[in-house]
Design a protein around this ligand. Sequence first.
Ligand SMILES: Nc1ncnc2c1ncn2[C@@H]1O[C@H](COP(=O)(O)OP(=O)(O)O)[C@@H](O)[C@H]1O
Ligand SMILES: [Mg+2]
Length: 331
Amino acid sequence: MRVGLTYDLRDEYLAEGYGEEETAEFDSPATIDAITDVLTRRGVEVDRIGHVRHLAARLVAGDRWEFVFNIAEGLRGIGREAQVPALLDAWDIPYTFSDPLVLALTLDKGMTKRVVRDAGIPTPAFAVVRDSHDARQVDLPYPLFVKPLAEGTGKGISAASRAENPAALVSTCGELIAKFRQPMLVETYLPGREFTVGIAGTGAEAGILGVMEIILTAEAEPFGYSFENKERYEGRVSYRLADDAEAERAGETALRAWRVLGCRDGGRLDLRSDHTGEPNFIEANPLAGLHPVKSDLVILARLAGISYDDLLGRIVDSCLSRIFPVAARAA
Ligand SMILES: Nc1ncnc2c1ncn2[C@@H]1O[C@H](COP(=O)(O)OP(=O)(O)O)[C@@H](O)[C@H]1O
Ligand SMILES: [Mg+2]
């Protein structure tokens, strides 16, 4: 079986002059190597394709694969994560993880919250702020939390993200809109515990891998799971599996959101509890990082006794059971 691997190699973009932060979500050679090794050990031939433009050239040249293991996040546009799946759909080539609809939707945290909220899943009240006029119109109780509408990896999260009053909100929104050139998501500040929930599988077959609590130490930036705290997590962040009632509730809420959104194969959802201790949906990560050591999903799996090989195995098995449903049922 020949399997393609699509990814955005960080070094390739750094060499082209892109910055550290704008390439933060891209992959290291360690991740590509680790995925290649696991797939090779499963007996498949791995073809490293690279990013969407390499894929486009290969498809036009006539190359084909049994399926593609896709972790490409894309560089440009709100549809950037959807580009590889959309191209593969056009050529009728199956791939791991979610379809273009899910990957475009979940990149926009505001639109995602509308869908999740419509399903009755708790998520903080919010507003989308495009300019200073919008910022002055926000009519939500303080404190509020401000973050870019369509970023990941803690980008744009700082002490200023927590706004205590309208003046602070207007100023933070102004600075972040200028820096990130996109609207801001403004939502009720969640003061409670923070969880990330790992999920494997699709739809009715989806199950929780574990509920991991994220606890910031005294050495961490105190205001949330920020870019700096994620990049230099050792000593700053303590991760532990949680199984008390609140954590279990976080797991159930995450699984409901996973199914409502239509996420596939494997990923993570982030939640944080409100002042009553109710875990609220923050965001979905249907293309969760797969660095063999430091990605949250991999850390969570490790704590749950699931090796990197097993984690990728579950993702691939979920993908294969979608591609070959009859064979999987017969097996
Ligand atoms: N409404 C909120 N209240 C309090 N903290 C929040 C809120 N939203 C996000 N955060 C903090 O910011 C971090 C990053 O937010 P998130 O939406 O998960 O962005 P990213 O895509 O960068 O992971 C969260 O892990 C949490 O610590
Ligand atoms: Mg997050």
